[in-house]
Write a protein that binds this ligand. Sequence first.
Ligand SMILES: [Ca+2]
Ligand SMILES: [Ca+2]
Length: 321
Amino acid sequence: MVAVNIGARISTCLCILWLCVSGCAMERPDGRVADRDGGILDVTVDGFSPMDGEPLGDLENASGVWMLLMQDRICVLSGVGDPVDNVIWTRFLVQVEETGETPILRQKVRLCEQTLSPLPFDFVTVVPERLTRGLPELDVSGFLVNRELGGDYITEPFIDLWGAEGIGLDDPMPMSADDERVVDQDGDGEPGVSLTVTAADGSPICDVQVVQRTRIQFNGQVVSARRIEGDVDVLSAKTVLAASSPLCGGGEIASNRGRTFFKLVRVDGQYESPTADADGDGVIDCSDIRRNFSNIESVYGLELDVPDVNNCLAPAEEQSP
Ligand SMILES: [Ca+2]
Ligand SMILES: [Ca+2]
């Protein structure tokens, strides 16, 4: 039974991979790859790293502990003034296990930290540790077609579900706290999960209870023995169950044509990578990632985009070259 499921999964994912390799990407003369949205994935392998002198061999063995930085973005319409390019940075802990002589990687993925650029009025959504602590670890298969630099990496799509249980991608979202699928996942006594919205100076404006479903799939290339990066496909839905102020309950969301990406970097000391074990207990967990992610991003030169209102001002089709 298990073998059947895995086999079906492999063939599905290899099919997706084939579709993407043949249909979604086109090779450019400079060696970079244009993704299906016309953006550029930088897969240049020479001189990419601020860590000079590192041995940049092929990715012989991916087993170990990695941190994945994902940049996603939406446009938030406040009803007055310009829309806002709301950039969302998520850090995942990814424990990778090779499965022998196959392209399949077993991956245990845990969301550790999420930070967001400002909303309209310079309000900021804060994702508290209480929320991320309540999220489950997810099993997500990865596929590494070959181990050479530039080799394709793709994951199966997975669902990051906040404040509810048993909601598939095609299921309708709960519309109220009365829906029996809504759970108090962060254990604060309120349905769903609670986010805090603060002013620019950090003073709280209001709390909002939500259910949020995000479908995520990564699709990139091997850059070195300790780095894989590429694009991310994200599809989000959110229901606001309650808000302590109308200021936090509304806000229309629109698609955003700014850059999104993922960067998967080794953080276990192997292949001369930094170690994320901030407390030195020999285990790398989300508390280490929360304490260390800005250091890791600095060591690897992972730069976060600055919000740009132009990503939300004009229809995407007008921006094509
Ligand atoms: Ca709750
Ligand atoms: Ca530790």
